[in-house]
Design a protein around this ligand. Structure first.
Ligand code: AMP
Length: 220
C-alpha cells in the first residue's frame, strides 16, 4: 500500500504515522525527518536547507526531489510506503507520479488531514520529543509525567528549532499557498480521503484506520 499523508504543520501527521507504520507495516518516509538528519550530519544538503527550514519556507523542489528519489531508490521494493511531508508542491507531486509510473506502481490513497488554522499554533509550539529514544510528547495533549523530561528516563526533552510561533505562521502560509493545491491535484486522480483532524488523537486514529482498512481490502 502506498499512502501520501497531507496536512498542515501541527495536524498530527507524525503522531498518526507511528500508528500507520505499526499497524500496516509500511515504511515511513518523512522529508522533514530526512532533512533534519542531513542537518545534524552537516551535509551540503543539510547546510543548504537550513535557512529555508528555520524561516518556515519550503526547501526548493530540485533539492527535495533529488533527496526523496535517492531515499526511495535506497528502499528497493516500492510496495509499502507512507510519505509524510512529501510531496508539498505540484512540481514535487508530478515528479513522484513519474517515479511511480516508471516503477509500475500507483498511489493507493492520499490522506488529507484537515485541521483548523486556529488550532495549529498551539499544537506546534507544544510539541516536544526525546532525541535519545524518539518518544513524542505535547505539553498539553500528550504530556510527559514530569514536565520537559522523557518518561523513559532519557532526560530533558527537546523542541524543534522551527516550532516557534513566528515560524509556524510562515509554515501555515506555505501550506496554504503551495501544498493545499495538491488536494485538488490528487482529487483529479480520484484517490483523496479527507479526515477530520480537529478531534482527539484516538478519534483521528479510528477514522484513519477505517479509511486504510478499506484501501487495504480493495487492493488485496
Ligand atoms: P516538517 O518536518 O515536515 O514539518 O518539515 C520541516 C521543514 O522542512 C519545512 O518547514 C520545510 O522547510 C522543510 N521541508 C520538509 N519537507 C519538505 C518538502 N517536501 N518540500 C520543501 N520543503 C520541505
Amino acid at each position: 500500500m502506498i499512502v501520501i499523508f497531507l496536512g498542515p504543520p501541527g495536524a498530527g501527521k507524525g503522531t498518526q504515522c507511528k500508528f500507520i507504520v505499526d499497524t500496516y507495516g509500511l515504511k515511513h518516509l518523512s522529508s522533514g525527518d530526512i532533512l533534519r538528519r542531513e542537518r545534524s550530519e552537516g551535509t551540503d544538503l543539510g547546510k543548504e536547507a537550513q535557512g529555508y527550514m528555520d524561516s518556515g519556507k519550503l526547501v526548493p523542489d530540485d533539492l527535495i526531489v533529488a533527496m526523496m528519489m535517492k531515499e526511495i531508490a535506497a528502499c528497493g521494493d516500492l510496495s509499502g510506503f507512507v510519505f509524510d511531508g512529501f510531496p508539498r508542491t505540484i512540481g514535487q507531486a508530478k515528479e513522484l507520479d513519474k517515479a511511480m509510473a516508471q516503477a509500475g506502481k500507483k498511489i493507493d490513497v492520499v490522506l488529507n488531514l484537515q485541521v483548523d488554522d486556529s488550532l495549529l499554533e498551539e499544537r506546534v509550539c507544544g510539541r516536544r520529543s526525546c532525541l535519545k529514544c524518539g518518544a513524542a510528547y505535547h505539553v498539553k495533549y500528550m504530556a510527559p509525567k514530569v514536565a520537559e523530561q522523557c518518561d523513559n528516563g532519557c532526560g530533558k526533552l527537546s523542541q524543534r528549532a522551527d516550532d516557534t510561533a513566528e515560524t509556524v505562521k510562515n509554515r501555515i502560509a506555505a501550506y496554504h499557498a503551495q501544498t493545499a493545491p495538491l488536494v485538488e491535484y490528487y482529487n483529479e486522480q480520484g484517490n483523496v480521503k479527507s479526515v477530520n483532524g480537529n478531534v482527539a488523537i484516538d478519534l483521528v486514529t479510528t477514522s484513519l484506520k477505517s479509511v486504510l482498512d478499506e484501501v487495504k481490502a480493495r487492493i488485496k
